[in-house]
Design a protein around this ligand. Structure first.
Ligand code: MOS
Length: 728
């Protein structure tokens, strides 16, 4: 097995020899035809005989004790097979990360899962679930983060961020020629994936098979096994297609309840969570309260950066939204001050949602930078360039690659930044005020354990096998491109099998580590095969060229099928978590540009255009990368202008718990978006030179919008989302 350990002396070279010309190309998704023809089978669509339907039964309050269930009326309804409310394994929290509260009577959050109704149809199951009466002894809950801030705790020990205090921020603020001390707030937000959490469970001879919609299968397998009380080896999970996963497609109550019910009934059970249930039973992104303190000297050089955040968490959660993650190393400043407070509320746990940390942290930081630049009398792009660090300002380590300035410059040129009026509210077209804004983007680069197997068959075809998922990002296609490039095969000679725990365990999808981690494992597996092929060509891998299904060395050109012979060649690849070079500071960077129109009479904001310029190492597929980036930028629009899970302080429920009232940008809200990649293969990141991209494109996108709004109309709103009532 090609087991890889990167360090500064061994930069990534796995893809250096490829001449096939498929890597990086903007190729269509290889599974695209299946998806648009409705023949890609998603978890809930898997066809299975004798299946029963489940619908979750949930609590009608946010806090209190369950005193009993009335199930008689529900059991009497037509088609009802069972009502399960008393199994001690029922996970009564958002994601079944080891159900701490399983089996007790406590209610931790509104709409908490209590059990499941099983029937012969979805409709009958839903009717039965609604007919179950949950008796409770309700108690008052805590739903207001800032009201309880005095009882906050600090960052959990295993948190990605700890508090930082370098220098004296108070003194730096007092001595500053220009400074900003402002509070920014963001509301609770939800994942809102198009495909809900949904699972089918079937038992056979003590072995559980689950078809579901999940991001990281190896973790889901362990959690599910523990939740139902079997060994991991007795659980197989299949999740070949996933209709969106933004941090929340971890094992949910649908999976555990389907497994419990299928076991009890002795037949397969399928459960899809209702859209409304997703709002309260999949972890949310916490609300945030962020104080930004920025100080600069008379030349516009930052002397201090302070980012103090307060976030919330449910009673069970261990995760802390790492709000300052983007702020930590973005700008030079000798004084650096980052703190985090976590307040416990009687709400569903908070977890990772779409660029945890940067998505909301950069919204505030990059708005504040815009304010400070203005105070310093500097153009916001020049201001950022002036405060560009030479080395990582936290650790002193050199950057592996860092193209923030390049992204800003390229984007300014392309976007027509020179046409921007520096005085707010000075460009008007009829009743519309026009403005432009800019923001930086940054996202940490993560690598996770990932394994893959590649088989080169006697017929000259390659097959990639790993339990990696494709959450809509293009995993199938980029993995095929990597193997095609490494083995010299056109893409129609590469088969990709994903989403099955019977296959080598991959990183899965999350934290924008998927492409880099799973891709590296595939590249390394191919290196195994290349080594064997080279031996058979009496050459070193360096002396051999693989192209169009042939190996070429010296004066020989041999078809791969011939070279493989009768027995397939199998390569195994494994990349380890944290194997990226430690001596370098690694992150992906970008620049976001927005132009908006603000209605001078109504305060309505209309997006006019956006440009994202990103540097995320090697771009594996120009088309899927662009699609990722556009998606991220659209979320930026949503964070700035729309997304808001409105919490009822009396009941602890999100009142707008469906997609009619929880607003995300729709087509009419999204203008022309353009994306450009500045490609620097990051040799210190991993064997394929790739850095995480998806979440980078969210980072800063909302701030570009808010800064454009300020430039358009001269109004700064610091409480997100920026709805028109706040702008007027
Ligand atoms: Mo992501 S929020 O780790 O899917």
């Amino acid at each position: 097995m090609a087991d890889y350990k990167m360090d500064a002396d061994h930069p990534g070279t796995a893809m250096a020899r490829g001449v096939q010309g498929v890597l990086g190309k903007g190729l269509d998704r290889i599974e695209g035809a299946l998806k648009v023809s409705g023949t890609a089978t998603y978890g809930y669509e898997h066809q299975i005989d004798n299946v029963a339907y489940g619908f979750l039964i949930t609590a009608p309050a946010a806090k209190g004790k369950v005193t009993g269930f009335d199930t008689e009326a529900a059991r009497a309804l037509p088609g009802v097979l069972d009502i399960i409310v008393d199994d001690p394994r029922i996970p009564r929290q958002a994601a079944a990360f080891g159900p701490a509260h399983a089996g007790n009577d406590e209610i931790d959050h509104y709409d908490q899962v209590m059990g499941v109704a099983i029937a012969t149809s979805f409709e009958a199951a839903r009717a039965a679930a609604k007919a179950v009466i949950v008796h409770i002894d309700a108690a008052d809950g805590r739903f207001d983060t800032m009201a309880d801030v005095a009882h906050a705790s600090g960052p959990p020990k295993d948190s990605r961020l700890q508090d930082v205090a370098k220098g004296d921020i108070e003194q730096a603020m007092a001595e500053a020629a220009a400074s900003i001390d402002q509070v920014y707030t963001t509301p609770n937000q939800v994942h809102a994936a198009m495909e809900p959490h949904a699972s089918i469970a079937a038992w056979e001879d003590g072995t559980l098979t689950l078809w579901s919609s999940l991001q990281i299968l190896k973790v889901a397998r362990q959690v599910l096994a523990k939740a139902v009380g079997v060994e991991s080896a007795q659980v197989r999970i299949l999740s070949p297609y996933v209709g969106g996963g933004f941090g929340g497609k971890m094992l949910g109550p649908d999976a555990v309840l389907a497994a419990i019910a299928a076991q009890k009934l002795g037949r397969p059970v399928k459960i899809a969570m209702a859209r409304q249930q997703l709002f309260h039973n999949v972890y949310r992104r916490t609300d945030t309260h962020q104080r930004l303190r920025l100080a600069a000297d008379k030349d516009g050089r930052m002397t201090a950066i302070g980012h103090d955040s307060v976030v919330s968490q449910g009673p069970d959660g261990g995760f802390m939204e790492p709000v300052a993650l983007g702020s930590i190393s973005l700008y030079a400043a000798p004084v650096r001050h980052f703190t985090h407070k976590v307040v416990t509320l009687d709400m569903v746990m908070a977890g990772a949602v779409r660029a945890p940390g940067e998505a909301v942290g950069m919204l505030a930081l990059e708005s504040a930078i815009d304010e400070l630049a203005e105070q310093c009398g500097r153009d916001p792009i020049d201001f950022r360039k002036l405060n560009e660090p030479e080395v990582d300002p936290m650790t002193g380590a050199p950057f592996s690659t860092r193209a923030l300035v390049e992204c800003l410059d390229w984007g300014a040129q392309q976007f027509g930044w020179a046409r921007r009026a520096s005085t707010p509210a000075s460009v008007r077209e009829g009743e519309w005020l026009i403005g432009m804004g800019v923001a930086a983007a940054v996202r940490i680069n993560l690598m996770m354990d990932s394994e893959a197997r590649v088989t080169l068959s006697p017929d000259g075809r390659a097959r990639i096998e790993t339990d990696m998922t494709d959450i809509g990002t293009g995993s199938y296609t980029i993995l095929a491109q990597i193997a095609g490039e490494a083995l010299g095969l056109p893409l129609d000679c590469v088969d990709v099998v994903l989403g099955d725990t019977d296959l080598p365990p991959a990183a899965g999808s999350g934290g924008s580590f998927g492409a880099a981690s799973a891709g590296s494992s595939v590249a390394l597996a191919c290196e195994d095969i290349v080594a064997t092929l080279a031996e058979r060509m009496d050459a070193t891998p360096e002396q051999m060229t693989l192209k169009d299904g042939h190996a070429i060395a010296g004066n020989r050109r041999v078809p791969l099928a011939e070279l493989v012979g009768a027995a397939p060649l199998v390569g195994n690849g494994k990349i380890a978590q944290g194997s990226n070079a430690k001596t370098y500071s690694q992150a992906a960077h970008g620049a976001q540009f927005a132009e908006v129109a603000v209605n001078a009479i109504t305060g309505e904001v209309r997006m006019r255009r956006m440009l994202g310029v990103f540097e995320a190492g090697r771009i594996l597929n120009a088309k899927t990368a662009r699609s990722q980036a556009i998606g991220g930028m659209i979320w930026g629009i949503g964070y700035a202008l729309m997304e808001d899970a409105v919490l009822d302080q009396r009941t602890g429920q999100f009142v707008n718990h469906d997609l009619a009232e929880y607003h995300v940008p729709a087509h009419a809200d999204v203008p022309h978006l353009d994306v450009h990649f500045i490609e620097h293969v990051d040799e210190h990141a991993n064997p394929i030179g790739v850095k995480g991209l998806g979440e980078l494109s969210i980072s800063g996108a909302g701030a570009a919008v808010t800064n454009a709004i300020y430039n358009a109309c001269g109004v700064r709103v610091r409480d997100f989302p920026m709805t028109l009532d706040k702008i007027l």
